[in-house]
Design a binder for this molecule. Structure first.
Ligand SMILES: C[S@@+](CC[C@H](N)C(=O)[O-])C[C@H]1O[C@@H](n2cnc3c(N)ncnc32)[C@H](O)[C@@H]1O
Length: 290
């Protein structure tokens, strides 16, 4: 058991912190792991984003991570991991993609989790071509030599489940309608707005080289509604600016998180307080109406 009211976040390394928690404490987890050696969020050695190479130190970091995660989520419950495939660094002479999705699946399975599914999230090709300047997507590549052309890199939501029986079926009424399910059961979610995120501007630190890429609230909304019931605890080990917590609290869940970088941690606290007061406001409007 861990004791807190609506939410609690720790400004710390999630691997160490999970190791200090009792087992089977959280009902559901949704998060985006840092992509090793692509996004350096801080200069902390524990920041998974600073690992030397995806297939070396990054892999080791993720192995410790998944082992702890499998311990703290209740048996039979779900974990949703948001990932994308990562282009290899051209400046170090590499070509092609790193299979970050596959790496997470293999390491999650090795930690004992059951890999059950992944949803693909549609991305806009024009926007991605402009943002990433990928020649593989641009007309210049198309017109000079098509051998290297490829489509947009999609995001994926990998769904794992912790082995064992789920002691509390997730079946609260009014959470996911049949009409919702008709849409959400599609293997590719094409209707998620890429800009539907919390504001990242106020979270920047002076020495930031890369900035955080928050998860779309619409994606979190679906995962939280599907895989938890109101009052249950949602866990994000990589809280960032608090998107998973923000949406969970608005949906009447409790939230627990870890974030290493102080600037993101402070922004997350502000966002979680906002979600909490929005929740209280809607409760009092509800009370007035009845
Ligand atoms: C992809 S971002 C998460 C963004 C988050 N989903 C959001 O929408 O705000 C990954 C985060 O993990 C944090 N991080 C990296 N290594 C960590 C660790 N070992 N423990 C806790 N946080 C870590 C980074 O500082 C970064 O904020």
């Amino acid at each position: 058991m861990i004791d807190f009211d609506t939410w609690h976040i720790e400004n710390t390394d999630c691997i160490d912190h999970m190791a200090s928690l009792p087992e089977n404490v959280f009902d559901f987890s949704v998060f985006s792991p840092p992509f090793p050696s692509l996004y350096a969020y801080s200069n902390e050695p524990g920041d998974i984003g600073n690992s030397e190479g995806i297939n070396r130190e990054g892999k080791l970091h993720l192995s410790f991570f998944y082992r702890q995660l499998a311990r703290v989520i209740k048996p039979g419950r779900a974990i949703c991991v948001h990932v994308m495939q990562i282009p290899r660094l051209k400046r170090s002479g590499e070509v092609g993609l790193h299979d970050f999705r596959g790496l997470n699946i293999r390491i999650g399975e090795r930690a004992g989790l059951v890999y059950e599914y992944d949803w693909a999230l549609r991305k806009n090709p024009q926007a991605q071509a402009i943002r990433t300047r990928s020649r593989e997507l641009q007309f210049s590549g198309l017109e000079s030599d098509r051998s290297k052309q490829r489509g947009t890199l999609l995001d994926y939501i990998i769904k794992f489940r912790v082995p064992g029986e789920n002691a509390a079926p997730i079946n609260a009424k009014g959470q996911v309608s049949r009409n919702d399910w008709i849409k959400w059961a599609e293997g590719c979610w094409t209707d998620i707005k890429e800009t539907d995120t919390l504001n990242t501007k106020e979270a920047k630190a002076e020495d930031d080289t890369k900035h955080i890429c928050p998860l779309q609230l619409g994606v979190i909304h679906r995962c939280v509604k599907l895989f938890s019931d109101p009052g249950e605890i949602v866990f994000s080990p990589f809280t960032g600016i608090g998107s998973e917590g923000y949406e969970s609290i608005k949906l009447g869940r409790r939230f627990y998180g870890c974030e290493m970088k102080p600037e993101y941690f402070e922004t997350a606290k502000r966002n979680l307080r906002k979600a909490e007061s929005a929740g209280k406001e809607s409760m009092s409007l509800f009370a007035e109406a009845v």
